[in-house]
Design a protein around this ligand. Structure first.
Ligand code: FES
Length: 98
């Protein structure tokens, strides 16, 4: 089963293939914000992909538009609620829910 490591918590958890980063976070008590409930309309679930971007689903138009609209579209930026895990990845949470 793929594994996701969440920084800066440095917590590694199992991730059923095809689940989103947000789903994996929530089922493992990782405090990833999700103000819109995972509907690609808030960007609070913003993460930076540290490795390996090829193990994630491709970015679709909605995600791209959302990140672009708030000036957060960078090479390794993704929305946790839109990004499916296909293999081992490490992501850094931008907005820790504390
Ligand atoms: S939870 Fe709102 S965009 Fe991902």
């Amino acid at each position: 089963m793929p594994k996701v490591t969440f920084l800066p918590l440095n917590k590694t958890v199992d991730a059923p293939k095809g689940e989103t980063i947000l789903e994996v976070a929530l089922s493992n008590d990782i405090p990833l914000q999700h103000a819109c409930g995972g509907f690609c309309s808030c960007t609070t679930c913003h993460v930076f992909v540290k490795s390996d971007p090829s193990q994630l689903s491709k970015m679709d138009e909605d995600e791209l538009d959302r990140l672009e609209s708030v000036g957060k579209l960078t090479e390794n930026a993704r929305l946790g609620c839109q990004t499916k895990v296909m293999g081992d990845v490490t992501v850094e949470i931008v907005n820790l829910d504390e």
